[in-house]
Design a protein around this ligand. Structure first.
Ligand code: ATP
Ligand code: MG
Ligand code: MG
Length: 554
């Protein structure tokens, strides 16, 4: 059917289509708009939209907006932008659980009428006590045997705002002794006197996730309701509601293991703390594992989709090594990012054997094996910059270890001349401020002549024509493999060196027209992206996406 990797969900769908159980599948991605999407959501998006694509079905985007306290329009907007950017489209199938509030209310009344739900006045502490524990059965609420009439009256009054928040709830009447805690008379409606971003002040009671989710699936004709394994224990409840209610379809829930990545936290609540406490610079800080953060970091949608495929979809959990994401990022950028030269820590080299106005232009391929990426022009002038770390005065350094420029020796400038370092100029503090050098004539695109022995090849940029840039170097946000294992202690494991800002960098002039969000491989340095928000005319801001090779020691 397609070249997508197969997984147990694809197999189930294949069988359901083959047996005629469904003619077409419909999935949904159901975010709660209470934060920005993160890498785990990216996985879920790839699974839900991906399966729909693979089998010619549809995928709804459903905002699971049943809790007005934590939800905001800003999050709805960011979620839509992130899904589009990942390359998936809901084709007008944008749904809101809040669209079904009237229907859900009627279904709650249906349960009451059938003696399957009751209004309970236990407060939160009492309710916890009555619920029992994993080893102890719960006890029936003293309000459990209220008459249908009394329940109808109380529920109407709940809806009309006659009770305070927390004063009472509507519960399903199932089984307080069930070994499955979710079936111990779960809450289906709560009082929340809070304006809702979609329904305004129309409602002051809101359905629980469990009551809303399956019914919304039924209303939308979802055939395969895919969620993560934490909801496995909720499935009997999901099915209970579907059985008890006159729903138009009978969707089924399937679970797969959440994606967890080491050195990362994937919980909106925790990510929100990083934002609220100013540890990062917003939800889209390039260090964040949010989709918008990864985007700003220069990770491409293709790399993320490849990563989602690579980790697979199964019921076996575990923690994925961040190195796997990094592999997907490098693989993609190596293949697709144009090459350029950038000097992050500039040291000036002046060629004493060139006239002041010397200028010639070399060309270099945009990419070693992508002709479609064209050629770039590299102006070469009397003064250039090289990276400070590419020069050393000490000519006793072994040629094997230091394949760069040494005083009194040669090096090749990438795509240009072999040069010889003659002399260094130092400031009052003894710091080298300039190298005096000579170009070796006839060495552009040609082998070194007899007696000229360059130690290696280094990058460079014309001093007069290079462009100034600010470069932001990022490292992992956490220096611990499982930062949130100790609960909220995760902030202790913040890597204090996760951001380093370099001002005064110089990049080759071909970046003059680089669009925001374009990625480059700066030769010998790594992959960088033009910041989508802070780059302005004349001031490039570049974010380091990732180094050329894995360097993090584990
Ligand atoms: P969080 O705990 O970060 O708030 P959530 O599951 O509560 O996550 P939702 O907005 O409810 O967030 O998630 C929308 C969908 O994304 C759900 O179907 C959920 O199962 C899925 N999802 C969330 N986190 C992950 C993850 N780490 N791996 C795979 N799917 C995930
Ligand atoms: Mg959720
Ligand atoms: Mg949540």
């Amino acid at each position: 059917m397609s070249d997508k990797p197969s997984n147990f969900l694809a197999t189930i769908i294949e069988e359901d289509l083959a047996s005629g159980k469904h003619d077409q599948i419909v999935t949904r991605f159901p975010p709660e708009p209470n934060g920005y999407l993160h890498i785990g959501h990216a996985k879920s998006i790839c699974v839900n939209f991906g399966l729909a694509q693979q089998f010619g079905g549809e995928c709804n985007l459903r905002f699971d907006d049943t809790n007005p306290e934590k939800e905001e329009q800003e999050y709805i907007d960011s979620i839509k932008a992130d899904i589009n950017w990942l390359g998936f489209h809901w084709k007008g199938r944008e749904k809101y659980t809040s669209d079904y509030f009237d229907q859900l209310y009627d279904w709650a009344v249906h349960l009451i009428n059938n003696g399957d739900a009751y209004v309970c006045h236990l407060n939160a502490d009492e309710a916890r006590e009555y619920r029992g524990t994993l080893t102890e059965p719960g006890k029936n609420s003293p309000y459990r045997d209220r008459s249908v009439e009394e329940n109808l009256d109380l529920f109407t009054r709940m809806k009309n705002g006659e009770f305070a928040e927390g004063e009472c709830v509507l519960r399903a009447k199932i089984d307080m002794a069930s070994p499955n805690m979710n079936l111990r008379d779960p809450i289906i409606y709560r009082i929340r006197k809070k304006e809702h971003h979609q329904t305004g002040d129309k409602w002051c009671i809101y359905p629980s996730y469990d009551f809303a989710h399956g019914q919304s699936d039924a209303l939308e004709g979802i055939t395969h309701s895919i969620c993560t394994l934490e909801f496995e224990d909720h499935r009997p409840l999901y099915d209970w509601f579907i059985d008890k209610l006159p729903v138009p379809a009978k969707p089924r829930q399937y679970e797969f293991a959440r994606l967890n990545v080491n050195y990362t936290v994937t919980s909106k609540r925790k990510l929100k703390r990083l934002v609220d406490e100013g540890i990062v610079d917003g939800w889209d800080d390039p260090r964040m594992p949010t989709i918008s953060g990864m985007r700003r970091r220069g990770i491409t949608p293709r790399a993320l989709r490849n990563f989602a495929d690579m980790v697979g979809t199964s019921r076996a959990g575990g923690v994925v090594d961040l190195g796997m994401l990094e592999f997907a990022i490098r693989e993609d950028l190596n293949e697709n990012a144009p090459r350029a030269m950038a000097v992050l820590d500039p040291l000036k080299v002046v060629f004493t054997n060139l006239p002041d106005d010397h200028r010639e232009v070399f060309t270099a391929p945009g990419h070693p094996n992508r002709d479609d990426l064209g050629e770039r022009e590299l102006p070469f002038t009397k003064e250039i910059y090289i990276d400070r770390s590419d020069f050393n005065e000490d000519n006793t350094l072994s040629r094997k270890k230091f394949k760069r420029l040494v005083l009194g020796e040669w090096v090749r400038l990438r795509n240009a001349y072999i040069i010889h370092a003659d002399e260094v100029i130092k400031d009052d503090n003894g710091e080298i401020v300039e190298i005096r050098a000579k170009v070796i004539e006839g060495t552009v695109g040609a082998d070194a002549p007899e007696g000229v022995r360059p130690r290696g090849v280094i990058h460079w940029v014309s001093a007069s024509e290079g462009l100034p840039a600010e470069v932001r170097l990022y490292d992992r946000l956490f220096n611990h493999e499982t930062p949130d294992r100790g609960g909220d202690d995760f902030l202790r494991h913040i890597n204090p060196e996760s951001l380093k800002v370099l001002t005064g960098c110089i990049v080759e002039p071909s970046l003059a027209d680089a669009a925001p969000e374009s990625s480059f491989q700066f030769e010998r340095e790594g992959y960088f992206v033009v910041d989508r928000h802070e780059t302005k005319a004349g001031q490039l801001v570049l974010n380091k996406t990732i180094g050329l090779k894995e360097v993090w020691a584990r």
